[in-house]
Structure formats: C-alpha cells, structure tokens
Design a binder for this molecule. Structure first.
Ligand code: SF4
Length: 149
C-alpha cells in the first residue's frame, strides 16, 4: 500500500537528494536556500530530503575526496532508475580550489557516475540550481511513467 502511494507521489513530483562529496559547503548552503520563502522550491513540486533511495535527482556538490571515490558510486546505485545527476558548482567538475598539486581530490565526478547536467559557479546562484533541476528533472519523471506502462 505504502509503495503504491509512493509511486503516485513520485509520478507528479521531483525528489531531490543533496550529496556532498567533499566541498566547503558553500554550494550546499545555496541548495538549501531554495527552501526559503524567496525561492519556495516546493511550489514547483520539488522536495529535498536525505534519502537517495527516494531520489529522482541527485544534486552533487564537492570535489570527490578520497573517501568519496567509492561512496559516490554506492550512493548513486541506491537511487532508483531512472535518475538524474546534476553537478552543482565548479568542484564536481574540476575540483576548483581544492585541486592542488599533491592534493587528494578526484574530480571530475563524471569519472565515477554519469552526470546529466552541470551548473558552474563557486557557488552558483540558487536560481541557477533551480533552473538546472527544472531542465532535467521532468525527464526523469516522464521516463518513470514510460517504465510503468
Ligand atoms: S564550488 Fe566553490 S562554493 Fe561550491 S563547494 Fe566548491 S569551493 Fe565551495
């Protein structure tokens, strides 16, 4: 019963999980700002939570530290298909300020999981993050509808 309710809800809303794979938290703060009344993320039917098993969209922040080399794929595998990955900020693309000689960051994140969209910036604006979610999230929902048929 609960599973069928979840299916109905997931067909008409986008569930987002923030995955910080080793950054300064600046991008995470901008993602969380989307929940403020100024952006009111939920008006678009987008919900943020911590569980990748419920996610349509994984918002990836951070530069992929040593610990995240294996964990990133493990978290990615927990999200149900079809899923979308959006890399938020410069870190998941290049390592940005953490990409120093002798450092231990392993960006780009796309070496570990498929990345569908990327938003550059250090950090990007919440409105840019929102645009990216709205650009790719509905496709995940549409693909889910096709899978059910
Ligand atoms: S892109 Fe910039 S703000 Fe975002 S986690 Fe990296 S250093 Fe921090």
């Amino acid at each position: 019963m609960l599973d069928s309710i979840k299916d109905v809800v997931r067909k008409s809303s986008i569930h987002v999980c923030i995955v910080n794979c080793g950054g300064c938290n600046g991008c995470d703060v901008e993602c969380v700002a989307l929940l403020s009344p100024r952006y009111d993320l939920e008006q678009y039917g987008i919900y943020v939570h911590n569980n990748p098993r419920e996610a349509d969209v994984l918002l990836l922040t951070g530069a992929v530290t040593e610990q995240w080399r294996e964990n990133l794929k493990r978290v990615y595998d927990k999200a149900p298909e079809p899923k979308i990955v959006v890399a938020i900020g410069n870190c998941p693309q290049s390592g940005d300020v953490f990409n120093q000689e002798g450092g231990h960051v392993y960006a780009p994140a796309s070496d570990f999981v498929p990345v569908d969209a990327a938003v550059s910036g250090c950090p990007p604006r919440p409105s840019e993050i929102l645009e990216a979610i709205l650009a790719v999230g509905p496709q995940a929902i549409a693909d889910r509808g096709r899978e059910k048929r």
